[in-house]
Ligand binder design. Structure first.
Ligand SMILES: [Zn+2]
Length: 267
């Protein structure tokens, strides 16, 4: 877990981002505020990220993308970064990498940098499907209802392990089937239902009761809750644990409140 936070500048939590390290192949999921710095704290450089998967294009989940791309370029990544995301990802990447940084790019090219590895290769995921078959893992997507914008959740199958990573939003009734038997579900938990009911944007997000229901129905082994907007707004650093207890009262698996730097070994 690189960044366990959400939109606001919570000094204890970076913006949404996590990595999966599969035999030193680094897959990143979302790239929010401080993702690259938190990645460096794990001993991994920007240039080592092979694939980046974006859940949706809210700024808190993507604001560190240009930094990741430019520093990976400066540090001589070996292959072009591959970015996967929902409809709009190509437009975002095209606009955020070259146009604002034209002067920077031109000046670096003058001292011999190779431009070909700068631009990421972007794949948009338009359907709920298995869209990536790599040697060591397979990745599938499903859509989540969030703020009226295309939002994906990802399922990664690695050997006999299954990991599901969501961005934000309210999963539909088929989601437990998508997660079925997962060893790990990393899911947002923006606030208690009482808190979410009071927010104009509350209906965009999920809370403890629905997480417990999904986790029980899907037979998830470990649930990580992240994106604790309620902590950002109330300043209550214990609220994550309270929400974990609420989930735990209706779900018999393990619940972990995310912290930046949290590492879970599934091998
Ligand atoms: Zn968010």
């Amino acid at each position: 877990m690189l960044g366990s936070g959400a939109v606001r500048d919570n000094p204890h939590r970076g913006g949404p981002s996590q990595i999966l390290n599969i035999d030193n192949e680094i897959l990143m999921f979302d790239c929010g505020r401080s993702a690259s710095t938190n990645l460096a704290r794990t001993g991994i450089g920007c240039e080592a990220v092979d694939r980046l998967f974006l859940t949706h294009l809210h700024f808190d989940h993507i604001v560190d993308v240009p930094y990741l791309v430019f520093v990976g370029w400066i540090k001589k990544r070996k292959n072009r970064l591959q970015i996967y995301g929902p409809n709009g990802t190509k437009d975002f990447v095209t606009k955020i990498i070259r146009p604002p940084f034209q002067q920077d790019i031109e000046s670096r090219l003058k001292h011999g940098k190779d431009i070909t590895l700068l631009d990421p290769v972007v794949y948009e995921v338009h359907q709920a499907s298995q869209f990536l078959l790599a040697n060591r893992y397979q990745i599938s997507s499903t859509f989540i209802d969030h703020a009226g914008i295309p939002t994906l959740a990802y399922r990664i199958n690695v050997g006999n392990k299954r990991i599901v990573i969501t961005g934000d939003g309210i999963p539909d009734e088929k989601f437990p089937e998508f997660c079925h038997g997962a060893d790990l579900l990393s899911i947002e938990c923006s606030g208690t239902s009482e808190f979410l009911d009071q927010q104009a944007w509350g209906s965009w997000h999920i809370g403890p009761a629905d997480i417990a229901q999904i986790a029980s129905e899907a037979g998830i082994k470990i649930v990580i809750i992240k994106h604790l907007v309620i902590e950002d707004i109330t300043g209550d650093r214990t609220i994550g644990n309270s929400m974990a207890k609420q989930i735990q009262s209706h779900y018999s698996g393990e619940v972990i409140v995310a912290e930046d730097g949290l590492t879970i070994n599934l091998s």
